[in-house]
Design a protein around this ligand. Structure first.
Ligand SMILES: Nc1ncnc2c1ncn2[C@@H]1O[C@H](COP(=O)(O)OP(=O)(O)OP(=O)(O)O)[C@@H](O)[C@H]1O
Length: 504
């Protein structure tokens, strides 16, 4: 025991441990940074980028790190590059780590919620903003445990550096043993030092995981709110009601002969609709008739086979010469359109509180200063009756409340037009009423709205105009009374079917 303690506290061994930590930190940091870009490249649309990266990862994962280390140490001098044993070991470990980190990060990115990414794109987040604010925070939560394991494995792999002459912990232990033959106390002490280091890594992992834990975040935010509330002025409850829709109002949205194809299938067929400022248009149609596709097209989320969409004079998704905007330019085009959207499955950013969700567009897309964005977000949350829930995270809210946060998120950006894609169809029946009422209240504020729904009673109660789509074509339109008095056989049949199906 005395021998064990003597070697456990021996500075010579701890100096070896410091070298192991340096190798670990260097190789892991390089591995994560380069691995991130490799992860993106390995999923690139372009085969010339994707294939070489996939081959690189395949080879590095398939060969022992010891072999790579010896190879690198002996091959680099052939090219006139003479590195110290420490630098060679660091480089070899880092190169190996890039492949493993790339795969871990790719898995994390693939696990992020597609709906949240679609929401970010719809609101005009740039690709970088989508990465930083939506993808990375979610991916980090998924990859943290695997990355922790990887770090511990790498710590142990640093002992391989001894084969090229790096005098790290394992080599130092062996050097002592070769002189005094006290195998057990020396090697157990070396093992204990590795255990202390891996425990520190486990502690760091635990701390990081708890930083990203949304329940803990919620508790921290609530505490801060309590401290802040005493000193703050109350936010104005709701904005004043604007003028209600007038039939003489100017057009704010013009969809002109829009056609959209998915593969060989024509989903929207030369569809034309104009929407006036302040008007509430409800889209009705069977499942698959093209309602969601129309809403996505209004946000230029899919290419058009023909036709155009304008928001006042702003052309969506295309250049004046008719060519589709590049992926790099589309986000700004969407952001400038002033269109907001509320999704069927809410698509809230689940690592953000209700307030942070509502602040996301003013902050990230409109780049407003924090206080101004916060004011707008608070006002929007109060408008949908969720002023007391600003520090709740999506998983702490009911479906109806989540959808109202979704509405607040869109409203906080003060949109010119608000789109609703079947806002209540993912909700339990008892929660539908609260969301419908929120939308009805909004319809009285003068915001232009386009709502896709299967709820006929709600449609009749909120619409200034009903538009009925069938097989991607506009078949019938008119005031809410057309639900009682349809003119076309297709709409009559649709209404009969919906009433039978939903008892509407
Ligand atoms: N990304 C896609 N790829 C291929 N086909 C698609 C895609 N999205 C939608 N479709 C098809 O396009 C058609 C119109 O779909 P869309 O979602 O616009 O209909 P919808 O009227 O909104 O239906 P619902 O009321 O069920 O939401 C459907 O036949 C659908 O299967």
């Amino acid at each position: 025991m005395a021998d064990f303690l003597k070697y456990l506290t021996l500075p010579y061994l701890w100096q070896g441990a410091v070298i192991a930590v340096e190798l670990l930190v260097g190789a892991l940091a390089g591995g994560i940074i380069i691995g991130f870009f490799l992860a993106l490249a390995s999923t690139s649309r372009y085969i010339l980028i994707r294939l070489p990266v996939q081959a690189y990862i395949y080879i590095l994962r398939g060969t022992p790190v010891l072999l790579q280390l010896i190879l690198l140490f002996n091959v680099l001098p052939e090219f006139g590059l003479r590195l110290s044993p420490f630098a060679s070991a660091m480089l070899a470990l880092m190169i190996n780590e890039t492949a493993f980190c790339a795969e871990i990060i790719r898995g994390g990115i693939a696990s992020t919620d597609r709906n949240q990414r679609l929401a970010a794109q719809a609101f005009g987040f740039s690709m970088t903003a989508e990465m930083i604010h939506v993808v990375i925070p979610q991916a980090l939560r998924t990859i943290m445990p695997t990355l922790g394991n990887e770090a511990v494995g790498l710590l142990k792999s640093t002992s391989l550096a001894s084969v090229v002459g790096v005098n790290e912990l394992t080599m130092r232990g062996q050097a002592i043993v070769s002189q005094n033959f006290l195998f057990i106390p020396v090697l157990v002490a070396s093992g204990a030092i590795y255990m202390i280091m891996s425990s520190a890594l486990a502690g760091a992992q635990w701390w990081l995981e708890s930083r990203f834990n949304v329940d803990r975040k919620a508790a921290r935010l609530k505490k801060r709110q309590a401290e802040r509330e005493a000193s703050e002025e109350p936010v104005a409850a709701t904005p004043p009601l604007a003028k209600k829709y007038s039939a003489n109002a100017a057009d704010v949205l013009t969809v002109d002969a829009l056609s959209v194809d998915y593969g060989n299938v024509r989903v929207l067929d030369a569809l034309s609709i104009s929407v006036r400022r302040g008007e509430v248009v409800v889209l009705l149609g069977r499942s698959g008739s093209g309602k969601s596709t129309l809403l996505k097209s209004i946000l230029a989320l899919n290419p058009f086979a023909g036709g155009s969409i304008k928001v006042e004079n702003h052309v969506m998704g295309y250049r004046p010469d008719g060519r589709r905007l590049s992926t790099r330019l589309l986000p700004a085009n969407r952001a400038r359109s002033g269109i907001g959207i509320v999704f069927q499955h809410f698509a809230l950013f689940d690592h953000m509180s209700a307030l942070q969700n509502a602040m996301s567009i003013p902050r990230i897309v409109q780049r407003l200063p924090h206080p101004a964005a916060e004011r707008k977000a608070r006002r929007a949350l109060r408008l949908v009756g969720l002023g007391d829930f600003e520090n709740s995270f999506p998983h702490q809210l009911s479906g109806g409340q989540q959808q109202r946060v979704g509405i607040a998120r869109a409203l906080a950006a003060e949109p010119r037009i608000l789109l609703f894609d079947e806002p209540t169809s993912a909700l339990d029946p008892e929660l539908v009423r609260e969301v419908n009422q929120t939308i009805r209240d909004l319809s009285q504020t003068g915001i232009t709205m386009i709502i896709s729904t299967h709820d006929l009673a709600f449609a009749a109660s909120v619409a200034d105009r009903i538009v009925f789509l069938s097989k991607g074509k506009l078949v019938e339109e008119g005031g809410p009374d057309i639900i009682q008095n349809p003119r076309t056989p297709a709409f009559t049949e649709f209404l009969r079917h919906e009433k039978e199906e939903h008892g509407a």
